[in-house]
Design a protein around this ligand. Structure first.
Ligand code: SF4
Length: 569
């Protein structure tokens, strides 16, 4: 497969991943160019001429991989599209009622006041999925090329300079054989390539490693959010209702919490965020979410309702000190891929959009100068530094690290940080460890000794009744996930021997638990055991790539169009 002839496409600016960061960036860049060209024409000067902007997306449609049940700060949206209301932006509701509660197994203890960092007054409940499905056509109409089903498989380099991406091949069989339908991926060359792949972007990960963009930074730490959308009896959901919970079912040493948001049309959006820096190797975010729904206070809200949709995604929680260097020769990194996310408020959409818009300004200046090198594109860093997103990130720069020693100490430390400008008693520039290094070996499971390497302890029983609680396979069905099964697995386990010879004994194969889509199974084979990958279930959350204790799972893009088909999530 060395001498394959590939189509090539030359564009001026290429955005990878059609999320809020890239779409906002592409639209803003087109606006800047149009305004410049119009002014130049008026004054009889030479403008920038035709500038080709493209956005490629691995999903089958623009928006199909978008998931975030969100309470959104709409500043960036209002700046990008001041007439967002006239254009029918799908905002569910301004926040009308707030509840922050601590859950024990049976009780719900409501905080008497909303802690200021969690105050959502003036924000809006939105579905990111609906927002992107609405924004995509607006961006396309502005003369931006949107290319769904174009997964970015590889970054193209000239030395250390990024010159574009290669998209994934189509028509390769499960065992690597070339099928009649084979179509090689295209090479897309660009003056600037902007990586807006979302959390744990597969190209971003390798670019950061290759160019050591994380030198001197904290490692990135993540959480995974698992959620469902429920339809409830008419009139029982208050749009704009926002509830956040701490405590049950998460143990004290596990970062995270629950959320419940009221949407239009009797839809309730609820989920659980679980820090991917937990200790217990049997932590199963999907199972914990099912337990969350069984809490009396949550189960009561869901009475008479029907689960419609399911999804999961990882969230970069590391914040300011975990941001990689997000510019270099020929490239910029925006949105979740560069950790533009307010981890305390769990808000990333406005930061993603604003980072895309600032990237657009930097690229516009680069186009004017006709220079795309590191120094020129460092303008992006300057623009971020002068913006509100930098201020917001800096204020909570030590937030996630405060939870290193559990929830109680974390709440106290982060409270002090809030009072004293981001610094508590533990000091400033708190360090973080990669989440997978904190997972404990099997002896952490108190009182359990394996009789044979394949034995696992009894886990808390969750009765999947298909009314309130659902097993992973049923939930995956509600995510609309599909992949052509006759293609190589996009989950590359780099050394299968480690799975059985080391991981089974040391950690009990946590992939079986942390994957929220039942992709990983360890099955018996010829008196031994081997991993089985149901890759067609994968909802693209990237948890396995993040949390595998040996870091031997490499998530790469599957054939274009594969993956979830999220609706309302
Ligand atoms: Fe998420 Fe990995 Fe499971 Fe896919 S295989 S759903 S990326 S954990």
């Amino acid at each position: 497969m060395q001498n394959i002839e590939r189509d090539t496409l030359e564009v001026d600016v290429l955005f990878v991943g059609a999320g809020p960061a890239s779409l906002a960036g592409a639209y803003k860049l087109r606006q800047l160019i149009n305004a410049h060209n119009a002014a130049a024409e008026k004054s009889g000067q030479k403008g920038l001429g035709e500038v080709v902007i493209a956005v490629i997306e691995k999903g089958r449609e623009i928006g199909s991989h978008m998931i975030s049940g969100a309470v959104m700060d709409i500043r960036a949206l209002a700046e990008l599209l001041p007439d967002y209301l006239e254009r029918g932006a799908p905002l569910e509701s301004i926040v009308t009622e707030e509840d922050v509660s601590y859950l024990t197994e049976k009780r719900k203890l409501k905080f008497p006041i909303i802690p200021p960092p969690l105050d959502n007054h003036g924000n809006y409940v939105v579905s990111l999925n609906k927002l992107i499905r609405w924004l995509g056509p607006i961006v396309e109409e502005s003369d931006v090329m949107l290319l769904p089903e174009f997964p970015a498989a590889e970054t193209l380099f000239d030395g250390d300079r990024v010159i574009g991406v290669r998209t994934g091949d189509k028509g390769i069989g499960r065992d690597g054989e070339i099928k009649d339908t084979y179509t090689p991926g295209a090479d897309i060359f660009a003056k600037v390539t902007v990586l807006g792949e979302g959390s744990r972007g597969s190209l971003t990960k390798k670019l950061v490693q290759k160019l050591k963009l994380d030198r001197g930074r904290n490692p990135q730490v993540y959480a995974v959010g698992v959620k469902e959308i429920w339809e409830l009896p008419k009139g029982s959901v208050k749009p704009g209702f926002v509830m956040h919970t701490l405590g049950y079912p998460l143990p004290d040493d596990t970062f995270g919490g629950g959320f419940v948001y009221g949407m239009q049309n009797d839809l309730l959006d609820l989920g659980l965020v679980v820090g991917l820096d937990y200790r217990d190797p049997f932590t199963d975010p999907h199972r914990l979410f099912q337990q969350f729904k069984q809490h009396p206070a949550i189960a009561k809200m869901l009475e008479g309702g029907k689960m419609l949709y399911y999804g999961a995604k990882s969230i970069p929680e590391g914040g300011y000190y975990s941001q990689p260097k997000y510019y270099g020769d020929g490239f910029l990194i925006i949105g979740d891929s560069a950790s533009f996310l307010h981890s305390q408020k769990l808000k990333g959409i406005h930061m993603a959009m604003k980072s895309g818009m600032l990237a657009a300004e930097a690229i516009f200046e680069a186009l004017l100068a006709d220079r795309y090198d590191d120094e020129q594109l460092s303008r992006f860093r300057q623009l971020v530094e002068a913006s509100y997103i930098e201020k917001e990130l800096y204020e909570v720069r030590n937030f996630h690290q405060a939870f290193e020693n559990g929830r109680l100490l974390g709440l106290m430390e982060s409270g002090l940080q809030w009072l004293f400008g981001g610094v508590g008693i533990a000091g400033d520039h708190l360090h973080a460890k990669p989440g997978h290094t904190r997972i404990r070996t099997l002896d952490y499971v108190v009182g359990w000794e394996p009789k044979d390497p394949g034995e696992v302890p009894e886990l808390p029983a969750v009765k999947y009744d298909n009314k309130l609680t659902f097993d992973k396979v049923t939930d995956v069905y509600r995510s609309g996930t599909e992949h052509d099964e006759d293609q190589p697995s996009h989950l590359k386990v780099l050394d299968v021997n480690i799975c059985i010879e080391k991981c089974t004994k040391e950690y009990g194969n946590p992939c079986q638990y942390f994957c929220p889509a039942a992709v990983y199974e360890i099955e018996a084979e010829g008196g031994g055991r081997r991993p089985k990958l149901n890759f067609s279930n994968c909802v693209h959350c990237k948890t396995c790539d993040i949390m595998d204790p040996y870091q031997i799972i490499d998530w790469v893009t599957p054939e274009g169009g594969g993956g979830p088909n999220y609706i309302n999530l």
